[in-house]
Each structure stands twice: as structure tokens, then as C-alpha cells.
Design a binder for this molecule. Structure first.
Ligand code: IP8
Length: 260
């Protein structure tokens, strides 16, 4: 079983509000169908969620009543993106079912405090593909906050112990330093978490490609600590996801889970 995250920057254009990249999503749907594996899909919010969430400062929790409208609007828009993702999956013959996180989980100061995993298990057992996504959520301490797709990924990885956690990004994977500013940057094909930490100490920053990747490192570390392998791949390029799912060699970064 795999847990796969389709990054918000792959399925939407992050610079254009509510811009869904249908062609990329359709291509990924075909690859997922072709691979024929048990998968829990998670997708990011991209330009359907982040712009509104920032506008209403939702991640800071409740401050004023105006945010209630912002919470509802943000949820409606990420749900809309989820419908577009689902339509694409359905068109390619995948029995995808939407699982909106805000109804099955509760946060407490940004951290998970309650989650109904059974709903994922039950759908998987019946042959469905559960699809969840970065969303707004109720938060015990803050009133409400944001539940990112990365947090869902960590929770699902911890509970289901998948064979691999896969990130489909708009980059090929990780480099020893930022290839956009360092011509000596080398692509990392395989790495342990310790080796990855070394790049940090050597270059005084985590191995990364862009600013966006920096936040990913924490998620990668948490998943690797569970003993689960993580793959970062380019979701825009044909068959990188398919080849990874079926275990065929392709360009991607593999981070080994820590064996204890
Ligand atoms: O795109 C963020 O989820 P992410 C969710 O996975 C919202 O970081 C509502 C902005």
C-alpha cells in the first residue's frame, strides 16, 4: 500500500487563484490507474486554499468573526479542487472517494488530537481509492487552523505503515544544494536521513531545491523516523509516478526510512 501526495504546485498554478492544471492531473490519474495499487491519495490546496487562508489569517486561529466567512470560503474552494481531482480520477476509471479531513479530525494547537482512520481502512478494503486533502479544521486550542496535506501524510503514514510515501512535486527531487544558485549542486538519488542532515551542516541549510522544499524536510524526517521510505518525484514528467509505483527505475530521490 502507498500513500501518495499530489503537491498543490503540481495540480494547480500557485500564482493564479483557482487555476487547476487539468492536463497534469489527467496524466497522473492515468498513471495511478495503470499502476493498479492500493493507494491513499492526499492532495495539496495550491491556489484554491493558500491565498484565502493567508488573507483571513486562518492558521493563527480565531481572532474575529470575519474569519468564519474565510474559513467557510476556504473550505468550499479546497472542496471544489477536490471535486476536480475526483472527476479526473473517475474519468480514468478509478473508484475514488472524497474524505474531507475537517469532518474526521480535530487539531489541538496545530497538532492532531483526533482522527477517524477506520473510514480510510474500510474504503481501502472494499477496493476504493480514498482521497483526502489540505483543508481547514477545528482546533481545540485555537478554535480553528489549517490541516496541511503534509500533516495528513504523516498521520496516515504512522497509522497505515505504507510500503512507501510518495510526494509528486514540481521538482525532480532533492539536490545537495540549490541548483538554481549553485552550479555544483548534485542530484540526490538515494540518501539516508543522516546523509541528508550532513548536507545541512555542510552548506548551513537543508538540501533543497526551492524555498518550498525546506518545509518538506521536516515532514520527510518525521516519516523516515517511522521506518518508512519516502520518494520525491516530478509529477509533471510522464511516468515518474507510474514507474515508482511499480518499482521500475526512474529519476527520483529516495530517502530511506530509519531502521531501528
Ligand atoms: O497545500 C493547505 O494544505 P497544503 C490547506 O497541503 C489550506 O499545504 C486550506 C491552505
Amino acid at each position: 500500500m502507498f500513500v501518495v501526495k499530489l503537491g498543490g504546485s503540481v495540480i494547480t498554478d500557485k500564482s493564479k487563484k483557482y487555476f487547476f492544471k487539468k492536463e497534469v492531473m489527467d496524466k497522473l490519474s492515468i498513471e495511478i490507474k495503470k499502476a493498479n495499487k492500493d493507494i491513499i491519495l492526499v492532495h495539496g490546496a495550491g491556489s484554491f486554499g493558500h491565498i484565502l487562508a493567508k488573507e483571513y489569517m486562518l492558521n493563527q486561529g480565531y481572532r474575529n468573526d470575519e474569519q468564519l466567512q474565510g474559513f467557510s470560503l476556504t473550505h468550499a474552494m479546497v472542496q471544489k479542487l477536490n471535486s476536480l481531482v475526483l472527476s479526473s480520477l473517475h474519468d480514468k476509471g478509478i473508484a475514488a472517494v472524497s474524505i474531507p479531513p475537517h469532518v474526521i479530525l480535530k487539531l489541538d494547537d496545530h497538532k492532531p488530537s483526533k482522527m477517524d482512520y477506520n473510514v480510510f481502512r474500510d474504503y481501502l478494503d472494499k477496493g476504493f481509492t480514498p482521497v483526502t486533502f489540505g483543508d481547514v479544521a477545528l482546533d481545540k486550542k485555537l478554535g480553528f487552523s489549517i490541516c496541511s496535506g503534509d500533516l495528513l501524510l504523516q498521520m496516515l503514514a504512522k497509522h497505515f505503515k505504507p510500503e512507501k510515501v510518495i510526494f509528486a512535486l514540481d521538482e525532480d527531487g532533492l539536490y545537495t544544494s540549490n541548483p538554481k544558485i549553485d552550479k555544483n549542486a548534485e542530484f540526490i538519488e538515494k540518501s539516508t536521513m543522516d546523509e541528508l542532515e550532513n548536507f545541512t551542516t555542510n552548506s548551513n541549510r537543508y538540501a533543497d531545491v526551492t524555498k518550498g522544499m525546506e518545509g518538506k524536510i521536516e515532514t520527510i524526517k518525521n516519516i523516515a523516523n517511522l521506518g518508512i521510505d519516502i520518494v520525491l518525484l516530478n509529477g509533471n514528467i510522464d511516468n515518474r509516478l507510474y514507474d515508482t509505483l511499480i518499482g521500475k527505475e526512474t529519476k527520483h530521490t529516495l530517502i530511506y526510512g530509519e531502521k531501528k
